[in-house]
Design a protein around this ligand. Structure first.
Ligand code: 13P
Ligand code: SF4
Length: 305
């Protein structure tokens, strides 16, 4: 079946089932084209909580759908591909975090939303790449455990020098691969381009950036900045909307490594099947959900950067 035919069938079935189709900024183009909402992790969590619709089809990876299920337990949250995970989220477990907390009983745990519900339940507050610095500043403790991304952790630490920060040694296998040499080459090829980058990249790469931000922050920066060329330091799914919203601007990918295999798992066929069968459904056990929700709610109460 063609993309167009599948897209039509999905839209029709989503309307019949009163389902909201949401897609992360890294999803395939043909999925972003039909989504009711596209966005970053924070924006999508808020939409999932606020929507009147009873069914949420979350085109993204497992932790994102789990966040929606934590915030809106009365809704049916569907993840079209149950095997779409996040290797970074899998790099920390609740028992591992409990052990670190025992070693640092005076520290507050700030956990990136790229984490399981069980890890969130062990945390004081969550953050996303778009509010991480504000969240860290909002915490009164002088010592922070930043979990699980060491690169985001080091970035936060550089912005809150008044706090002692201990970073978990997790990383994103996609963003962590981007190298200084690739950025230097892209800058040499395009000396008039600005470099915007996601904080999941290594500190040496962030040091070369004109702007460090979440995926949604990149849309804002590209639209509001008068520059005509941008080097993009994040997953290549972001190009669809960047190009759509800025047809007169050029966006350059500095590396072939910037593809997240998990984000690319979901296809239109998976979304159609998921709506037909109303599965796979993502739920979180109440004992974990309530504690994880406290960490997410605290994050949502912090004003944005
Ligand atoms: P955002 O917080 O920008 O949506 O990024 C999520 C993510 O998985 C980045 O790799
Ligand atoms: Fe996880 Fe990296 Fe993929 Fe984001 S890009 S979902 S952090 S593996």
């Amino acid at each position: 079946m063609t993309h167009e035919k599948l897209q039509q069938q999905i839209k029709q079935l989503a309307a019949e089932k009163n389902a909201l189709l949401i897609a992360h900024n890294y999803e395939r183009d043909e999925i972003q084209e039909i989504a009711d909402i596209t966005g970053d992790s924070l924006a999508l969590s808020i939409e999932a909580q606020n929507t009147d619709k009873q069914v949420i089809v979350f085109c993204g990876v497992h932790f994102m759908a789990e966040s929606a299920a934590i915030l809106a337990p009365e809704k049916t949250v569907l993840l079209p591909r149950a095997d779409a995970g996040c290797p970074m989220a899998d790099m920390v477990t609740a028992t591992g975090l409990q052990e670190l907390k025992r070693q640092h009983p005076d520290a507050a745990v700030v956990t990136y939303v790229n984490s399981s519900a069980a890890v969130k339940a062990e945390s004081d507050i969550c953050c996303t790449s778009s509010n991480a610095v504000s969240v860290a500043r909002s915490v009164t403790a002088k010592k922070l455990l930043l979990v699980p991304d060491r690169n985001l952790g080091r970035y936060i630490a550089s912005k809150v020098p008044e706090k002692e920060c201990i970073c978990w040694e997790g990383f994103c296998p996609t963003h962590d691969q981007l190298t200084v040499a690739e950025i230097e080459q892209a800058k040499a090829d395009h000396p008039d381009a600005l470099f915007m980058v996601h904080p999941e990249c290594q500190p040496e790469v962030l040091a070369l950036a004109d702007h460090i931000c979440s995926t949604s922050g990149m849309y804002e920066f590209a639209s509001n900045n008068p520059a005509k060329k941008f080097i993009v330091g994040t997953e290549n799914g972001i190009l669809w909307r960047l190009r759509k919203e800025n047809p007169d601007k050029e966006f350059i990918m500095p590396s072939k490594v910037l593809v997240c295999p998990d984000m690319k798992l979901t296809r239109l066929e998976d979304i159609l099947r998921c709506l037909e069968k109303m599965e796979p459904r993502i739920t979180v056990a109440d004992d974990i959900r309530v504690k994880a929700k406290q960490a997410l709610d605290k994050m949502l109460a912090v004003p944005r950067d």
